[in-house]
Design a protein around this ligand. Structure first.
Ligand SMILES: [Zn+2]
Length: 403
């Protein structure tokens, strides 16, 4: 195998999470279909220091039937609005400028720009997502972002003043093609690329191994993200950290040499250097903690079960699939799961026989296992009446514990 970023063959294994199905493959309870397993292993490139998966599930299998909708959580809507407002302090938009969102899901990020009267364009390969965009009046090209499509966009719309990609720059198998397209489409004068990704230092510090799944081929720090951008004459000039998704980073990127780097960016780069995120040791230590956390979580669950109590998994995020499969959880540990996204109700957690039902259809258990720990505050406030009635919460990340 070769490094996805620099092409080197010097890759060291950091963590093996076992063979797992695609984490979003929620198969209907009525179906006979079985989810296929694929290797889920994290590697470190000794040359460019990029953390990455070796195995990529073909993108057609993952993204066309995707059921994740950005608009479902209010935290995410609020987050996108904050990012938009921050971006507006960095760029002066004129009436005829347009904003391009790559993998923009149901168009949530673009809504605010549209309200401001700017032209917007989304590119998303998901059928459901494109349908949602249409309902909102946001133009969406229902396709994968590649050279051909980029040329089409350039000739129909011209340069993009702002290009946004949230949680996509680490999905893409054709990494280099995508970055060359971004470079081509970004206004050469003062175009701004906003790249949002799960911030690797946060993932490591939170022991958030459930952030590792097949859609995430790459795990960036600012320094390794810059190594990639170097190949395309692009440069991070500013960055902010946000708590969303359990710790994200938003990098503001320009054509190289045009803008000065912010003080805040330099401080983050210094922090990464001091904590030695460019050395494999920190990742090997992370892997040890992950194994330890699995044991602790399994012990907590089996203790509760031995008292005859009920446990229900709360939420069915992709990250939950990683956790459930890595910890080999079955209906011995968890009665079922509950969700509010109707597309996931009446299915099984990928690769398991643990069913997922609608939250309103299931009586509250003795314990909830909180899989969407990254939306903890929002979720706990929503289910406050249930908690007041005595249901307890098991939080698996960063350290398994009962609240
Ligand atoms: Zn490399």
């Amino acid at each position: 195998m070769k490094c996805r970023c620099c092409g080197s063959e010097k890759l060291d294994l950091v963590l093996d999470l076992g063979d797992q199905p695609w984490g979003n493959n929620f198969i209907s309870i009525e179906s006979e279909e079985k989810a296929k397993d694929y290797p889920l292993k994290l590697f470190f490139c000794c040359i460019c220091k990029m953390l990455q998966l070796d195995y990529a599930i073909p993108k057609e299998e993952m993204f066309v039937k995707h059921t994740y909708l950005s608009g479902t959580t209010s935290s995410l809507r609020k987050h996108f609005l904050e990012v938009t407002n921050y971006a507006l302090t960095q760029i002066n938009l004129e009436k005829n400028n347009y904003i391009l969102d790559i993998g923009g899901n149901d168009g949530t990020f673009l809504e605010h720009f549209k309200e401001m009267g700017q032209s917007v364009l989304n590119v998303d390969s998901g059928l459901l997502q494109a349908e949602k965009c249409k309902e909102k009046g946001i133009p969406c090209l229902n396709n994968f972002f590649n050279q051909e499509l980029a040329d089409e966009i350039l000739s129909d719309y011209g340069y993009a003043s702002v290009i946004h990609g949230s949680g996509i720059f680490f999905h893409l198998e054709e990494l280099h093609s995508v970055f060359s397209c971004v470079r081509k489409l970004l206004d050469p004068k003062d175009g701004l690329l906003i790249a949002e990704f799960i911030y690797l230092p946060d993932m490591i510090e939170n022991v958030a191994y459930d952030q590792i799944y097949h859609e995430h081929l790459l795990y960036y720090s600012l320094s390794t993200f810059q190594n990639l951008l170097d190949l395309y004459e692009l440069e991070i000039v500013d960055a902010i950290r946000k708590p969303i998704h359990g710790g994200s980073c938003i990098a503001f990127v320009r054509h190289k040499g045009k803008f000065a780097k912010s003080k805040q960016l330099n401080e983050l780069l210094k922090y990464e250097e001091e904590k030695r995120f460019n050395s494999i040791d920190i990742y090997l230590d992370f892997a040890k903690k992950v194994k330890h956390n699995r044991e602790i979580l399994k012990n907590i669950l089996s203790d509760i079960r031995s008292q005859g109590k009920t446990i229900i998994a709360l939420g069915a995020p992709v990250k939950g699939s990683t956790l459930i499969n890595y910890c080999n959880l079955t209906t011995n540990e968890i009665d079922c799961g509950v969700e509010i996204n109707p597309h996931k109700c009446g299915t099984y957690y990928p690769g398991t026989s643990i069913p997922v039902f609608h939250q309103d259809d299931v009586a509250p258990p003795d314990y909830f296992l909180l899989l969407s720990w990254n939306f903890k505050a929002e979720i706990l406030s929503k289910i406050k009446p249930i908690l007041d009635n005595g249901t307890k919460i098991i939080v698996p990340i960063p350290y398994p514990q009962v609240l």
